[in-house]
Design a protein around this ligand. Structure first.
Ligand SMILES: NC(=O)c1ccc[n+]([C@@H]2O[C@H](COP(=O)([O-])OP(=O)(O)OC[C@H]3O[C@@H](n4cnc5c(N)ncnc54)[C@H](OP(=O)(O)O)[C@@H]3O)[C@@H](O)[C@H]2O)c1
Length: 332
């Protein structure tokens, strides 16, 4: 098969190669997916560059956790009626060397989730990391129907997925952005209120929009920086959920008395440590949301597999608004 891979960590153009590799074979409990589209995430960049000193965990790595395609082989123990199934895959390269940037990827059967005929492979390849993270952030603390939710970073991949899922689940959703192109993406996802975090007082806007009450949930891309906004925006018993931090100190400072008096809770979500039951729930819910037509994340860039270096550089630029996808092979 054709695959993209790296044998050492470093800059995309220095270490990423595209070439021939042996076709993988599914073992017990696994399926092989003929990959149509592979999806990129910041964590794929971190694996390639050795984020926080993490070494190469395998001699050779085919990158990318997310993808979508068709099951073309099943291992022992997997029902043969899965053959030919359209699927989206998550965590394809988690704990294993070969991810979805290849013509074939092998994953545990449970990580190949049925994709409705009405949902494109492109959309399927956007789901994985961003969708599962967003789902956990939104639903780990219970149903959000009728709740008010703030998504900090509503044009980011996780933030955009969070808007889509929160609207699908019946919440009122506010989202922050930093420029007009991002505002369009947040609105297109269904945000009820879009706030430019550089130009407006986010907490004030939220208080005005919620008759002074504030929001029940916050899904935050950078809570260390946004903690004051969170304290000023949460309704009593509100929950702030953090999945990322850009603060180099890594310290989150929470003002104790306001948090105490508000009865606030703080949750941290790391997709690669989600409980199995939460992964299964997220996969079911996101598939249902997608099948209903409500899961349509913004797509910033589509490139063929051979142009994976450009795709990685675009992901690292921080300038893209929407998911970056690699078209691996046509769906036949
Ligand atoms: N914990 C987990 O399991 C998990 C899962 C997925 C991703 N992540 C991490 O989460 C981060 C974002 O991932 P992503 O795929 O969503 O990235 P992305 O598509 O690049 O989106 C990041 C978004 O956050 C916005 N942003 C940055 N600082 C902000 C702030 N202080 N307040 C509000 N918005 C802000 C950015 O807007 P600007 O253009 O204005 O900066 C951008 O729209 C990455 O570091 C990634 O590794 C963690």
């Amino acid at each position: 098969m054709r695959a993209a891979f790296f044998d050492r960590q470093g800059a995309a153009q220095e270490v990423l190669q595209v070439g021939a590799m042996a076709d993988p074979e599914p073992r017990c409990g696994e399926v092989r997916v003929k990959v149509v589209v592979s999806g990129l995430n910041p964590s794929d960049m971190k694996t390639r560059t050795g984020f926080a000193g993490a070494p190469m965990s395998f001699e050779r790595i085919i990158p990318h956790q997310d993808g979508a395609g068709i099951i073309d082989r099943v291992g022992p123990g997997v029902p043969s009626n899965r053959l030919g199934e359209r699927v989206w895959v998550y965590m394809a390269q988690f704990g294993r060397p070969f991810g979805s940037a290849a013509e074939y990827v092998v994953v545990p059967s449970v990580q190949a989730v049925p994709l409705a005929d009405s949902v494109s492979f492109e959309t399927g390849a956007t789901i994985g990391v961003a969708g599962m993270t967003a789902h956990r952030c939104l639903f780990a603390d219970g149903d959000i129907r009728g709740k008010r939710v703030l998504i900090q970073g509503g044009a980011g991949a996780v933030g955009n997925a969070a808007i889509l899922l929160a609207k699908w689940a019946g919440a009122w959703v506010a989202a922050t952005v930093s420029r007009s192109e991002q505002a369009e993406v947040a609105r297109a996802a269904g945000a009820d209120l879009v706030i430019n975090r550089h130009e407006e007082d986010v907490a004030q806007r939220l208080k005005e929009a919620t008759a002074g009450r504030g929001v029940d949930r916050i899904v935050d891309v950078n809570l260390t920086t946004n903690i004051e906004v969170a304290m000023g925006s949460l309704a009593p018993d509100g929950v702030a959920v953090a999945y990322s931090s850009e603060d180099p100190t890594g310290m989150l400072q929470i003002p104790f008395i306001p948090a105490l008096f508000g009865g606030f809770a703080f949750r941290f979500v790391y997709v690669y440590r989600m409980p199995q039951a939460s992964l299964l729930l997220a996969a079911n819910d996101i598939s249902a949301c997608a099948a209903s037509g409500a899961y349509r994340p913004a797509i910033a860039l589509r490139l063929p597999l051979d142009r994976i270096v450009e795709a990685h550089e675009a992901q690292e630029s921080g300038k893209m608004i929407g998911k970056i996808l690699l078209e691996v092979q046509p769906c036949k």
